[in-house]
Ligand binder design. Structure first.
Ligand code: ZN
Ligand code: ZN
Length: 359
């Protein structure tokens, strides 16, 4: 495979030689420029150089803010880019009458900007689940999110301006919509990251974090859902049914429903943690190696799950925000109905236990 720097060098060389040829054969500036802008070969060369310049800028941003990518990040990049390319091709067919070189360049830029957003999200997830992250990583990810927000806003204002100037439906609707979605997701990731840092500064004792995170995600899902609907209606009125949007509209709606169901389940489990999970006895602590697998620190007091594994109570609470299975053995933390009835009777905590709600 040809590496990007080599390809970039070749492209630059080819463009430079085309320019050199134009100026040496036409001798004057104006005819040379006419030749450069009308010759098909020159056009392809310039287009190619433009795309290469974008890729180089992308690589620079990636290296500056993220450094080398982890395996999971590369995987996400590969997985999502194909899906995204197909969806963008669908969108392009809707706006085919606007097709032009600048449209093509905007689509390429959108894809590259989107890829940076996926990487940022993945990196934030990684930082939030890794115990000790160096300060430099925090500084980098914060500046990365600020950078992405700035880029989103620049593109968004650009598309909105062209929409207002032309006063008619054009592909600018599509770009305005895409960059609004990107900007709001970045904002929500950023706020979630602030929650995470605040929780970390309180040494994982911030109990309201899950509630705030839930409301944040609920609001961001609601905003996305309404944006999708708006865009859907705008396209429907001007162009016809936007088939490529149906899947995303459905997925946004589904994630909204799952979020509410998850939250209700989380509240049910954590509302009575003290009664639901028995305190580990000192014999049980001695029998295990007394290390909490979630934070890797020693336990003096611990909560025992039904499967017998022990954890700090605050570690367990933050774990339950993400998962409802035991961190050690993956057994469900809330067992099936009859199991729970039996165990709650055993621990004498019948009063607080209610059936888990599934929407
Ligand atoms: Zn712990
Ligand atoms: Zn377990």
């Amino acid at each position: 495979m040809i590496r990007l720097p080599m390809y970039a060098a070749f492209s630059l060389l080819a463009t430079a030689s085309a320019a050199y040829y134009a100026f040496s054969s036409r001798e004057q500036f104006y005819p040379a420029m006419v030749y450069l802008s009308t010759s098909k070969i020159c056009f392809v060369l310039l287009l190619n150089t433009g795309l290469v310049a974008m890729c180089v800028a992308w690589q620079l941003a990636r290296r500056l803010f993220l450094g080398s990518l982890r395996e999971a990040e590369v995987e996400r990049l590969n997985e999502q880019s194909w899906r995204e390319v197909i969806e963008i091709l669908f969108a392009v067919t809707i706006f085919r009458q606007d097709f032009s070189v600048s449209f093509l360049a905007m689509v390429a830029a959108l894809l590259l900007v989107k890829a940076l957003h996926w990487l940022a999200q993945k990196r934030v997830e990684y930082i939030e689940t890794t115990p000790s992250v160096p300060l430099l990583s925090h500084i980098r990810i914060v500046s990365f999110m600020v950078f992405l927000l700035t880029v989103d806003c620049l593109f968004l204002s650009n598309s909105l301006r062209s929409l207002i100037q032309k006063r008619e439906a054009s592909v600018a609707i599509f770009f305005s919509f895409e960059y609004t979605i990107l900007a709001t997701s970045t904002l929500s990731t950023f706020v979630k990251y602030i929650f995470y840092v605040s929780d970390m500064l309180m040494e994982g004792q911030w109990e309201r974090k899950a509630v705030y995170t839930f409301y944040l995600e609920l609001i961001s899902d609601l905003v996305h859902l309404s944006l999708y609907m708006l865009f859907f209606i705008a396209i429907f009125l001007n162009y016809g049914v936007p088939l490529h949007l149906i899947r995303e509209l459905y997925e946004t709606f589904r994630s909204f429903r799952i979020r509410i169901a998850d939250y209700i389940r989380y509240r049910k489990i954590t509302s009575n943690m003290n009664e639901r999970f028995p305190e580990a006895t000192s014999e049980e602590l001695d029998a295990s190696d007394a290390t909490c697998i979630i934070c890797r620190e020693e336990m003096t007091t611990a909560k025992k799950l039904l499967c017998g594994h022990l954890f700090h109570v605050h570690c367990l609470r933050s774990w339950l925000e993400r998962q409802h299975t035991c961190p050690t053995c993956r057994a469900p933390i809330v067992p099936a109905d009859n199991g729970r009835a039996a165990s709650s009777r055993q621990h004498g905590a019948q009063a607080g236990v209610q059936p888990v709600l599934y929407l």
